[in-house]
Design a protein around this ligand. Structure first.
Ligand SMILES: [Ca+2]
Length: 380
């Protein structure tokens, strides 16, 4: 990073001196090699983890870099060509990098973002060509028929973030149970988690978008091969799912909060009923799927999840820790803790980015939350 700064300085110096003679040029130091060796910041697109197997690692096995401690209730973290892009529930997006950049933008939306409790600007997904197009997708709360959620396309033009079109409106909202994670799957479609909004009927009602995992085309239309005709519903019977991740074989996993303990990691298959509120945790009912993994009597309060190689990394709010589930997500073990409520995880190259959300969703509206973006790297 120092060498990159030096190169920038030298380039600027050459520009300032203007007409440098050819003999002077020959005395200039050679430009640094293009490839960086140690601790190179992320470059390129995609979200491929190249670090060691996480199995068996604990907090002491990680180098920790605090990229910023100036976030306020962040929700999602994505990356594009070395820039980390973080949503904050108040309706802002922070863009920062490993060289000290920190820019905060208010997203210009068609209706104001409403942050009430845990609602607000939550999910973010970047189009595959984001670095060129600036196109991305967000999930946010606005005032419709009460608190209501929307999935919208947004665009970053280099100086501002603006909503460009609404993909799906009218998702019931709540101060606690909004779901809110969006992600583009290996099939190129957009998946979204929605909350049960404390309604006993909606999660089991296929005509309601609440308590579901939804699947949309990127233009907002219903994919032809969704499990129910002319419906965004991909799976149902969810309580408050906030995590979406695909493994190397393309299998979709989701994490959701139980009511009291009984947090779940579900293996999501199209058209499947995951039980809520009829069945809780490992309770078995005809026509309803039990969790792939359950916290049982423990509380994880899982939010973001992501695969790092074969390991499913789980950001836990309640437990203030990252967990890792081993291959096929058969068992969960503590991985890393900073003593903060972990909200989102992004394994990328040799490390994992982690955002914290240290204000409880039940904190008074407008409460400041001192939150960080960490970059943790296994030392082994
Ligand atoms: Ca369930």
């Amino acid at each position: 990073m120092k060498r990159a700064s030096l190169a920038t300085f030298l380039a600027a110096a050459l520009l300032l001196t203007g007409c440098t003679s050819s003999s002077d040029q020959e005395t200039q130091p050679s430009p640094p090699a293009a490839s960086q060796t140690d601790a190179a910041p992320p470059t390129g697109s995609g979200e491929t983890y190249t670090g060691p197997d996480l199995n068996g690692l604990t907090t002491e096995d990680f180098d920790v870099t605090v990229l910023t401690d100036a976030l306020n209730y962040p929700w999602e973290v994505r990356q594009s060509e070395g820039t980390l892009i973080v949503t904050e529930v108040a309706g802002t997006i922070v863009m920062l990098d490993h060289e000290g950049r920190f820019d905060r933008y208010e997203v210009e939306t068609s209706d104001p973002v409403v942050h009430d409790g845990g609602s607000g600007l939550m999910g973010l997904a970047l189009a595959e060509n984001f670095a060129d197009s600036g196109t991305a997708y967000v999930y946010y709360t606005y005032e419709g028929d009460g608190l209501t959620n929307r999935i919208a396309e947004v665009s970053f033009d280099g100086s501002s973030w603006q909503e460009t079109r609404v993909l799906l409106d009218g998702i019931p909202g709540h101060d606690l149970y909004n779901g809110g994670r969006i992600a583009i799957g290996p099939d190129g479609d957009l998946y979204a988690t929605t909350g049960w909004v404390h309604d006993q009927e909606m999660p089991q009602d296929l005509d309601s978008p609440a308590g579901k995992i939804l699947r949309l085309e990127l233009d907002g239309s219903v994919p032809d091969d969704n499990p129910f005709d002319d419906s965004y519903v991909y799976s149902y019977g969810h309580r408050n799912p906030q995590g979406l991740a695909w493994d190397a074989e393309g299998r979709l996993f989701s994490a959701e909060h139980g009511e009291s303990a009984n947090d779940e990691i579900n293996l999501i298959t199209p058209g499947t009923n995951y039980g809520w509120p009829v069945a809780e945790g490992d309770e078995e009912r005809d026509g309803m799927e039990t969790p792939h993994l359950s916290s049982g009597s423990d509380t994880w309060a899982p939010s973001g999840i992501a695969f790092a190689g074969d390991d499913l990394v789980i950001a836990a709010l309640g437990a203030q820790i990252l967990y890792a589930a081993d291959e096929d997500a058969q068992d969960v073990a503590p991985l890393f803790s900073s003593g903060e409520r972990a909200r989102a995880v992004l394994p990328y190259q040799a490390g994992i980015y982690v955002t914290s959300t240290n204000t409880s969703p039940r904190a008074p509206e407008g409460s400041e939350s001192v939150d960080r973006l960490l970059w943790i790297r296994p030392t082994s």
